[in-house]
Every structure is written in C-alpha cells, then in structure tokens.
Design a binder for this molecule. Structure first.
Ligand SMILES: Cc1cc2nc3c(=O)[nH]c(=O)nc-3n(C[C@H](O)[C@H](O)[C@H](O)COP(=O)(O)OP(=O)(O)OC[C@H]3O[C@@H](n4cnc5c(N)ncnc54)[C@H](O)[C@@H]3O)c2cc1C
Length: 427
C-alpha cells in the first residue's frame, strides 16, 4: 500500500476484527478483516445460514472484482462512465440471503460507514465500502494527521501556498470560464481551475446567476443527505488498545433494521460503536493515550428545533439534550464494555448541529450527500469550464471515497488514464 511521504502503514493483525454485539444475543460475533475468516466465523455462529452467508460474500467480492480502485489492472474511464448505472437494493438482496435478523444486522452494519438507511441503500455502494474491511485493515503511524502533514509538505516542496480559515465566497467567471475565487474578508485569487470539495449544494450561490441550468441547481440543492451522529470524545481509565484483537466495538439493535430510516427510532434502538487507541508494541500508531470515541447514529430531526442557533449561542435546552445523550452513551458503553475501558470521561461532545456548523455539512450529514438508490450524485465535471466538484458527495463517501474522488478530480484536469497509469507505479 502506498503511503504519502513514506509514512508507514501498518496492516492490523490477522487476528483483528470488529466486535458485533446485541443486547439479547449471547456471544459477540467477530467481524474479521478477512473474507475467509469472517465467513467461517459467521457460519460457526449461524450454521443454518451457511448458504446465505456464502452468497453474500461471493456477491460483494464479484461486484468489487470490476472496480479499478480495488484492481488497478483495470482501466478507469469505462468504469467511471458506467458507475452506479444500475444499482440494486441492499434490503432486497439481504432478503434473499437470510431471515435471521442478527445476521442481517451484521451484514448490513457497514452502512454505518456511509450513513444510508438500509431501505435506501444500494448493494453496489455497500459492497464498495464493505470490501475494504473484508480484504484487510490498515492504520498509519500518526493517524489521519500524518496524511494531512504529508500533503502539506508536498505542497510546500512544489512551492504551493495554503490558506486556512479562508472561506471561498464566490467563483469568478469571465468569457464563460472560471477566472478566480473571492475569499471572505475581501481577498481574491486568480486561477483558471477550481476544484470545490465542500457540499455541492453550497456551490450554486458561489457562481454568477445563469451559470448553471435551473434543473441542475435544483438537483444540487435537493440532494438527500446522509445521516448524522452523536459523538463523545474522551479518555478511558483503562487503555483500549486496538492493534491486536477488536478494532471497533459495535452494539447493534435487536429489533428493526440496523440503520433505520425513521428519526423516531429511540436512541437505544440505534447502533453505537466504541473505538480506542491503535497501539503496537507500546507505540501509539493512532490516537491519544487512553483516547476513546463513542459514536451513535443521529438524525437531523434530533436537533432541528435548534437549527437557528450558532456555536457559542446555543439555547440551554440544546445543551441539556447534548449532555443527556452523552451521559446515556457513556453509561451504555460502561455497562457493556466497562471491563475493557473502565470509566469514560468525556472531553467533547458532537451532535448533528455541531457537524452542520463545524464541517459546513447540511443537516449535519456525516458522509455528505447520500450515495443511495434513486439519487444521482453530481459528476466531477460541471457545465462551467474550469470548475470541478470533488469530495465525498460526488463519487464515493468516507476518507477512501474522498481520496478517490480527489484522484478523479485531478485526473479530469491532468488526463484520467495517464494519471491512473502513474498511480499503478506507486504500489
Ligand atoms: C464523527 C465522524 C466520524 C467519521 N469517521 C470516519 C471513519 O472512521 N472512516 C471514514 O472513512 N470516514 C469517516 N467519516 C467521514 C469522513 O470524515 C468524510 O467522508 C471525509 O472527511 C470527507 O472528506 P471531504 O474532503 O469530501 O469533505 P470534508 O472533510 O468535509 O472537507 C471539505 C472541506 O471543505 C471546506 N469548505 C467547504 N466549503 C468551503 C468554502 N466555501 N470555502 C473554503 N472551504 C470550504 C470545509 O471546511 C472542509 O474542510 C466520519 C465523519 C464524522 C463526522
């Protein structure tokens, strides 16, 4: 695996897995980061479901066999042209795999990683996300910050300039092409290529009126957004070390779909996960000492009543809601995993409102516009020469999806297939 600026990647142990638990199912199920081992584990936990389990893994594998990002020997352009053209329903597919609700929840659990309710999820997107886990898991020394640092260093060596805390408020157009961007506070940068990686709905008001057709603007404005989360960041009294053994601990609902569509689903029927610090042989690979994160599925409707507030100016009812949710998440985690993590002390709490305001994410969506059935996410190219869209709302979601869409965005400018040929030499 290629790592920017020589940062070392670490395959997680062959014994590594995500631990899936339910309130009413006795033993935890180990979701190994290996097709073979995960399939064997599921067959041993659900012996009557062997055929369905085999069908599920074979289908995911088949779908991903045609994906160039997982098989770099394949050409890129034909895939991108036909991408998502005929998505199938994940829920309908799972109906053909099993009637066991626990097994169904475990197979559907990767949907938590792209934030789409199961009844809206497409089998193809599900396979793209799940395949990454079933084929092995990696971490990087220094975690996500190491990747950011590597990009910043590379930019410096190319004599690039970086502006942070600088909001782009407008995209200038001259002669029907991009000619620059305006920055809040009055700044301006001249350029003839812009890649916008924020939410596509926000780009409409940045370009002069008439640049986009009304139908395109409406389509971007009305994109349905992925679900959100409640997050508790804190410290545990015991280290939850992740390098060998469980990576993430999941508590999944006994009833209903694992990711329900309805925001009326009470919190204890929503999935929650706990993750700690990646440590190997005493070295912290990722995270802080005894650092711990709890994430629980959240909906915009949970906080919509406070939509008009802004950071530093929230009503006390919102602060109460936030504290109550965090308290409930901490006590659930301690009840379930207290022997592993000990006591959890929260240091920061995030809600869908936090993500809306801190990440410029409409509806607090954790994964941008939904990649789901019946929705066509925008292409990288736009009608305006020189303006490209990239990021999680375009091609695919998550950190991997954002990286892939970045590659495709750059490829649209530099030449897709030639860039793809170069990527192949990096391995
Ligand atoms: C709590 C949480 C946990 C997550 N965990 C995982 C995980 O474990 N694995 C995973 O793969 N994904 C995870 N995700 C999702 C992942 O963070 C996103 O998919 C990914 O960061 C998307 O990258 P992006 O570059 O498309 O968008 P972003 O990371 O949102 O970056 C877009 C950037 O553009 C900036 N921007 C927007 N508009 C403007 C403007 N007008 N001017 C200037 N700048 C602007 C924004 O400030 C932002 O910095 C998680 C998300 C959340 C909220």
């Amino acid at each position: 695996m290629w790592c920017p600026d020589g940062n070392s990647d670490h395959p997680l142990s062959a014994e590594g897995y995500d631990q899936f638990e339910f309130a009413r199912l006795g033993n935890p199920v180990r979701g190994y980061f290996s097709y073979g081992r995960f399939e064997a584990e599921l067959i041993s936990c659900f012996p009557d479901e062997k055929q369905g389990i085999q069908k599920y893994f074979a289908t995911v594998r088949d779908i991903c066999a045609d994906v160039p990002f997982y098989n770099t020997c394949l050409p890129l352009t034909p895939f991108l042209r036909g991408y998502k053209s005929r998505p199938r329903s994940l829920a309908t597919f799972l109906d053909t795999v099993t009637e066991n609700r626990y097994l169904r929840a475990i197979l559907a659990a990767p949907a938590f990683l792209y934030g789409v309710p199961i009844e809206l999820a497409s089998l193809e997107i599900h396979a793209l996300v799940a395949h990454g886990y079933y084929s092995g898991a990696y971490t990087i020394s220094g975690g996500g910050q190491a990747i950011v640092d590597a990009f910043v260093n590379r930019l410096k060596t190319q004599e690039g300039e970086m502006y942070s805390s600088s909001e782009v408020t407008g995209i200038r157009v001259k002669g029907g092409k991009v000619c620059g961007v305006d920055i809040s506070g009055g700044g301006h940068i001249e350029c003839d290529q812009v890649i916008f990686t924020g939410h596509p709905a926000h780009v409409i008001d940045m370009v002069p009126p008439g640049v986009f057709r009304p139908a395109y603007s409406t389509r971007l404005r009305e994109l349905r957004n992925s679900l959100s989360m409640f997050a508790v960041f804190g410290q545990s009294s015991r280290p939850v070390e992740l390098a060998d053994g469980p990576l993430n601990y999941y508590l999944l609902p006994d009833e209903n779909e694992v990711i329900p569509k309805s925001s009326l689903t009470p919190p204890h029927f929503r999935p929650m996960m706990m993750t700690g610090t990646a440590v190997r042989k005493g070295e912290i690979l990722q995270g802080r000492e005894n650092g711990i994160i709890l994430l629980r599925l959240g909906y915009w409707d949970d906080v919509a009543g406070f939509a008009k507030s802004s950071p530093g100016n929230r009503p006390s009812a919102y602060e109460d809601l936030k504290e109550n949710v965090a308290r409930d998440m901490v006590s659930s985690a301690q009840r379930r995993w207290g022997d592993i993590c000990g006591e959890i002390k929260p240091s920061a709490i995030g809600t869908p409102l936090t993500f809306r305001d801190e990440l410029a994410a409409p509806d607090g969506c954790a994964y941008g516009a939904m990649h789901c059935l019946d929705q066509f996410n925008p292409d990288v190219r736009t009608r305006l020469p020189g303006l490209y869209l990239s990021g999680q709302s375009t091609l695919m979601t998550g950190v991997v999806g954002a990286s892939i869409s970045g590659l495709v965005g750059a490829g649209e400018i530099l030449g897709l297939e030639s860039l793809w040929e170069e990527v192949k030499t990096w391995q």
